[in-house]
Design a binder for this molecule. Structure first.
Ligand SMILES: Cc1cc2nc3c(=O)[nH]c(=O)nc-3n(C[C@H](O)[C@H](O)[C@H](O)COP(=O)(O)OP(=O)(O)OC[C@H]3O[C@@H](n4cnc5c(N)ncnc54)[C@H](O)[C@@H]3O)c2cc1C
Length: 391
């Protein structure tokens, strides 16, 4: 695999979009700026300041398809022309009321219906805490009991999640369940396992997400595989490193408890590699969806596939990157025949801001792949300029 082909990687980007990406990545590469900006933004959201316009033409344009489903559909088509599949998501994380959760449900069901029979849209996704209250997931995870009112609200949440899985199963569209903070993930894991056991009898429809920045996830994966083998269902796993590192470490420090997160990046990488070593030989039972922007992790998988004689388009292996990031991986993999799916979020600017903040935090120079993104975008800008001169 060669990820250096920038002409392939940025085919979809006009010159002005490429320049915008370049300046944006440069800006968000400053951790202090991002940390301060995130705090101010969250405060502005809380006191309902009109900040949408500030985001609309910058971070939003880079990481989101648009405000409406129709914007996503146009993008999905363009990606599909370049052999990159997509999964669409109404990424409005700000909807915390019962009414908001009903909207999230409606949008997920709508996306499921729209994805049916469209090979360019092989997956859909939901975030559990957009279908039920965060506090309830937290209470359930910690083993506390609900008040009667909370109990009713929890039943509605389970019903929303069930509706999504049932429809996914009926329509034959795979459904990813995102992983979230450890203090809500226990409840999400239990529900995801139950759904997989019930809906993944013949083929994996429901995929759970496993975050390998957690110290406890390798034994958990082993337990999951054993359960799938014993109970006779297909295990769908979206394997990621994990997106909530600062929140996790801050909370552990605040509560005076050991952090559930690996000590450093090297340990997380080791854990991620061990998960791959464990799951790759198990593709009979397991369907593996690798959500990563790490070239080393992707190369580890493509090398393994080659060594073990697996076709590039093996049906049980998927590679996925987020829209606006790691295009050099997505487009070069797709050009070589691997199954690639780009996560394509959309939604009202204000409601997707929490998602955008996570992307900005992930792209600061200390923790992310930004230097690599900048290097490749710069290379492509130079290539295009040289070509203009030639002409
Ligand atoms: C398609 C897709 C779906 C995703 N879905 C989810 C999801 O459902 N839930 C979720 O939580 N995340 C999700 N993510 C985000 C993901 O978990 C990572 O945050 C992100 O992809 C960066 O990791 P990486 O593998 O791309 O590469 P890298 O850039 O190599 O790794 C960065 C990651 O390493 C870890 N890390 C960095 N510094 C340290 C440190 N000091 N100590 C320990 N670990 C460290 C963190 O997890 C960090 O995000 C998804 C990502 C993709 C591409």
């Amino acid at each position: 695999m060669n990820f250096e082909n920038t002409e392939e990687a940025y085919r979809l980007k006009s010159n002005s979009e490429l320049f915008r990406a370049y300046y944006l990545f440069r800006l968000i590469s400053y951790p202090t700026l991002v940390a301060l900006g995130s705090k101010i933004t969250l405060l502005a959201l809380k006191i309902k300041l009109p900040i949408s316009n500030l985001f609309k033409h910058t971070v939003f344009k880079q990481f989101c398809a648009g405000t409406q489903k129709e914007d996503s559909i146009k993008l999905v088509q363009k990606l599909s022309d370049l052999k990159v599949n997509s999964y669409m998501h109404y990424a409005a994380e700000g909807l915390k009321t019962e009414e908001g959760m009903e909207i999230s449900l409606e949008k997920t069901l709508e996306t499921l219906s729209f994805s049916k029979g469209r090979p360019a849209l092989p997956f859909t996704v939901f975030k559990s805490t957009s279908l039920g209250a965060f506090d309830l997931f937290e209470k359930k995870t910690s083993g506390k009991s609900f008040t009667p009112q909370e109990g009713q609200s929890w039943e509605r949440c389970l019903d929303r999640m069930e509706q999504c899985c049932k429809k996914a199963s009926e329509l034959g569209v795979r459904l990813l369940i995102d992983a979230e903070e450890t203090w809500v993930q226990g409840a999400i894991d239990a529900i995801a396992e139950d759904f997989m056991q019930r809906y993944n009898k013949e083929e994996a429809v429901v995929f759970t997400t496993v975050q390998m920045y957690r110290k406890d996830r390798l034994p958990y994966l082993k337990k999951l595989v054993q359960k799938a083998e014993e109970k006779g269902f297909k295990l769908g796993v979206k394997l990621v490193r994990g997106a909530y590192i600062e929140k996790e470490n801050d909370r552990a420090e605040r509560l005076g408890i050991p952090s559930p997160i690996c000590e450093n990046k090297k340990e997380t990488d080791k854990n991620f590699d061990m998960a791959l070593d464990f799951l790759l030989p198990k593709l009979e039972t397991c369907r593996l969806f690798i959500g990563s922007h790490s070239e080393l992790s992707i190369l580890k998988v493509t090398d393994w596939m080659k060594e073990n004689g697996l076709a590039n388009n093996h049906p049980n292996l998927w590679f996925s990157q987020l829209y606006g990031m790691a295009d050099h991986i997505s487009f070069n993999l797709a050009a070589s025949g691997y199954q690639v799916v780009k996560y394509v979020p959309y939604g009202p600017v204000r409601e997707v801001i929490p998602y955008l903040i996570r992307r900005a935090e992930e792209n600061t120079s200390v923790s992310g792949q930004t230097p690599r993104e900048l290097q490749l975008i710069e290379k492509e800008i130079k290539r295009r300029k040289a070509k203009e001169v030639e002409v």
